[in-house]
Design a protein. Structure first.
Length: 430
């Protein structure tokens, strides 16, 4: 390749500057021209960024779909043999326990001529279901003083970490746990109470507390066992056995769960639980005896049906999807806390037929109608300020909550181009 000369300028002597290149062309760039090139490039980038920021604002909408509870009913057959849930059948298992216990009851026939203290207590229930307290249920202080409820009450279930409560009037029993008359000792100040008929673990979930002093207790006694004591013991022993036998049944279920049956579920419906009194031994020959207490023994069998709750929910969920959902709805989940049994037919030929009710939680299915609804949203908020856009979105029946993010951060209105508005749907599936 020949010599090529480029005239780039004159040096101080007025001579031409030349660049000789054999294999390729080269242009000699002076420091001044290089600096100008860098300046122009930097200015171009700044202008490009500025244009994109000011001319292309962006908005991101996060929409939380509104939830609704819709009940579903389904007829289900429970069988003793293994079955397939796709046929609307689930397997049940029968479990039973026999519980025997000796109880000690105080004599009230001392010819007590005093009066019993009364006061108001608040019963706390930390379980997720209501608890029924029959009249004359025993409440006991740490010192062994026993008080009785004055009527049947139902304690509401706990709501999260907040226990259900109910205020009731209680009256001191004639005798404490040691067989001594309570009398004026029942005039106690604020204190805590337990239900002695419950197991120690259940006493942590159901208990009572007083917040004011009791009054009215006067001691005046003549100790004797009466026929009334025997009849009272005969009634109380049934109540006590029922509570403790049911607790033992739950304990047996826990033992089965620990062995691997973790999905077994005991229905709350009492029609699934049967109780049979097997025998009571009351020493009626002690009527009139001068002693503070006597012992009685009882035995009870408790039987219940258990099944896998997951299987039941699976059937209800499938039925819900097939018959309850509209084209623009999606099933978020099944609310297990709403499970109830509308009808229960007695076991026949190793089958139990039930009608089950449970609420399904649904929301608008943006995926099934995304183009129409989201385009309608964009059409109504394009170019709007944040407040007007929020008001419009919060009034949509399909939307429960909304969050709007604008960029750049100083942007006060939504973009005028729909393409610059993004919509994100919050996942509310359980």
């Amino acid at each position: 390749m020949g010599k090529i000369t480029y005239l780039l300028g004159l040096d101080n002597l007025g001579k031409k500057e030349e660049v000789q290149e054999v294999s390729q062309f080269r242009v000699k760039v002076t420091p001044a021209s290089k600096k100008a090139f860098v300046s122009i490039l930097s200015l171009s980038l700044i202008l490009l960024v500025g244009i994109s920021v000011f001319a292309l604002p962006h908005a991101t909408l996060e929409l939380t779909p509104k939830l609704a509870n819709v009940p579903v009913f389904s007829n289900i057959t429970m069988t003793a043999a293994p079955t397939d849930v796709s046929s609307r059948q689930i397997q049940y298992q029968e479990i039973s326990v026999e519980y025997e216990k000796e109880f000690e009851y105080a004599a009230t026939g001392k010819k007590f001529e005093g009066t019993n203290a009364k006061g108001r207590v608040r019963i706390f229930n930390r379980e997720g279901k209501a608890r029924s307290i029959v009249g004359n249920s025993r409440l006991q202080t740490q010192e062994g003083l026993v008080f009785l409820t004055t009527g049947f009450v139902t304690v509401p279930p706990a709501r999260g970490q907040t226990p259900g409560t109910i205020d009731v009037v209680v009256e001191a029993r004639d005798l404490d746990v040691s067989g001594n008359y309570i009398g004026d000792r029942g005039n106690i100040g604020p204190t805590k109470f337990t239900f002695p008929a419950l197991t120690s673990s259940s006493q942590q979930l159901l208990y009572a507390e007083s917040f004011e002093a009791f009054s009215g207790g006067v001691t005046k006694v003549d100790q004797r066992i009466t026929a009334t004591d025997m009849e009272t013991a005969n009634k109380n022993i049934v109540t006590d056995l029922e509570m403790l036998a049911e607790e033992e049944l739950r304990a047996e279920l826990v033992r089965k769960n620990l062995s691997g049956n973790v999905d077994l579920f005991e229905p709350a419906d009492p029609r699934f639980v049967s109780k049979e009194l097997l025998g009571v031994e009351i020493p009626r020959d002690l009527v009139g005896a001068a002693q503070p207490s006597f012992k009685a023994k009882g035995k009870m069998r408790v039987r219940a049906y258990y099944y896998k709750k997951d299987d039941l929910v699976s059937i209800l969920e499938s039925h819900f999807k097939d018959h309850q959902l509209t084209y623009n709805q999606q099933l978020v989940g099944m609310d297990r806390s709403t499970l109830s049994f509308a009808n229960i037919f007695p076991p026949r030929d190793a089958q139990i037929k039930v009608t089950v009710k449970m609420n399904g939680v649904v929301s608008y299915s943006f995926a099934s109608d995304s183009d129409a609804l989201i385009q309608r949203i964009k059409d109504n908020i394009v170019g709007a300020d944040r407040a007007r856009a929020m008001a419009y979105l919060q009034n949509l029946p399909e939307v429960d909550a909304v969050d709007i993010q604008l960029s750049p951060w100083w942007q006060k209105t939504l973009p005028t181009l729909k393409e610059n508005i993004s919509v994100r749907i919050k996942d509310v599936r359980k």
